[in-house]
Design a protein around this ligand. Structure first.
Ligand code: ZN
Ligand code: ZN
Length: 326
């Protein structure tokens, strides 16, 4: 039976559905002028403008705004709340978190959800396009993810629930997500001039978009594993040394095992700033109904490894012969 006629395994209540496996396998990677101009434009402004206008307070703004965008925005707002609904919170807080998530500069909230769910769906199937699984070499994957888009021949259907798809705030944010960066840039310019724009917007977006790709590449190719998903096109890996930088998103092997869990660092010593923040917000009554691995339905394809593979992601990349090439 070829891939086109193989039935697609039942993925429970996934937003994505397809009748055949080729839906996530057959397609072309096409250069995207918009994506290229956005990322490389930001990177150019950050390196030239940032270097010529460097100051301690501008660099401080870069660090603080990047941390807010990654922790409150990307990890809590976009990923753990909007995409996975792994905790409940007041609507005003959800909007605030997702707005911060847009400041990462990857896409609008609905576009990001579609990208995430397509990848999540494709990676759980036995085969998927290399673009969706970071399956090509480091440099080719960098070029693909930072400046190209995948055009699938017969893409699967993505059904987004009305809670998100019909929400006026999210629809508006989706249409204007690039403009939102311009608004913040205007506010930073009024506050501290061009140095604040180059560091607080251009350098932040460059670091977030580049970092998101880099972690995505490693998290699907190198690093420790506590779980194995049988029959999946690709496994997730944990990248321990980036736990603080990624706000806990680096525990991607755990995330592949328990996608709906609000907690990503599951073992002791797996630092998860996103989880710590949720615990703090829960203390103030701002977060409730937190979903943990034990609350999720059992998955027959999930296997807990008796001997977790704890090889370091960077070491296995730099010393492939010592660690055994994978
Ligand atoms: Zn993944
Ligand atoms: Zn996810």
């Amino acid at each position: 039976m070829d891939a086109a006629t193989k039935p697609v395994p039942d993925l429970h209540d996934h937003r994505v559905s397809a009748n055949h496996l080729d839906a996530v396998r057959v397609g072309k990677v096409k250069f995207s002028v918009e994506k290229f101009a956005w990322f490389f434009g930001m990177a150019t402004c950050a390196s030239i403008g940032g270097a010529l206008n460097a100051s301690l307070d501008a660099i401080g703004l870069f660090i603080v705004s990047t941390a807010i965008a990654l922790l409150l925005g990307h990890s809590l707002g976009s990923h753990r709340k909007l995409i996975h609904a792994s905790f409940q919170c007041p609507k005003w807080l959800e909007y605030m978190l997702v707005y911060c998530g847009v400041q990462v500069g990857l896409a609008g909230p609905i576009g990001l959800l579609r990208q995430h769910d397509l990848r999540d769906f494709a990676q759980r199937l036995p085969h998927c396009h290399d673009y969706l699984r970071h399956g090509q070499s480091f440099w080719r994957d960098a070029w693909w993810q930072l400046s190209c888009e995948l055009q699938l021949t017969n893409p699967p259907k993505i059904r987004i629930e009305p809670r998100i798809a019909q929400d006026r705030f999210y629809i508006a944010l989706e249409k204007t997500w690039m403009l939102q960066h311009a608004l913040i840039a205007g506010a930073f310019f009024a506050w501290g001039g061009w140095a604040y724009v180059f560091w607080g917007v251009c350098a932040r977006v460059t670091a977030c978009v580049f970092g998101h790709w880099l972690i995505g590449y490693f998290a699907h190719n190198h690093g420790a594993m506590s779980y194995h998903i049988n029959g999946a096109a690709v496994q997730g890996h944990n990248i321990r040394m980036t736990s603080l930088l990624t706000m806990g998103e680096c525990w991607h092997n755990n995330h592949h095992a328990y996608p709906g869990s609000a907690r990503l660092g599951l073992q002791s010593g797996e630092w998860d700033p996103g989880w710590w923040t949720l615990c703090l917000l829960r203390k103030f009554g701002l977060v409730w109904d937190i979903v943990l691995p034990e609350d999720l339905p059992q998955r027959t394809e999930l296997e807990e490894l008796a001997q977790p593979d704890s090889r370091c992601s960077i070491c296995s990349l730099l010393l492939p012969t010592y660690y055994g090439q994978r």
